[in-house]
Design a protein around this ligand. Sequence first.
Ligand SMILES: [Zn+2]
Length: 101
Amino acid sequence: MIRYKSGLTPFIIQQYYDALTTQGIRCLVRNQFISGALGELPAQDIEPELWLLNAEDIVFAEAVLQSLKEDCATRAWVCSACEEPQEAEFNLCWNCLSPKR
Ligand SMILES: [Zn+2]
């Protein structure tokens, strides 16, 4: 078992955990719920950690997280020219035909 990610927010760790388990990679989160129990501790002392049960999964895990980031980048966007919100699948603004940036 190896520590894979730390120094990230609980929200990000949870996203990574969900993505990895969906792909069949066995992993677990440590320190996730301590903040609620102890309340006043500084965040850096209780940051969550993502662990992989099998160290050899790390290559696949990297690929999964990379595609997760690319997925985020292809979501809805806002036109930089007229500020109209756009659907992810369009590369031109429907309103002013500016290209996606
Ligand atoms: Zn526009």
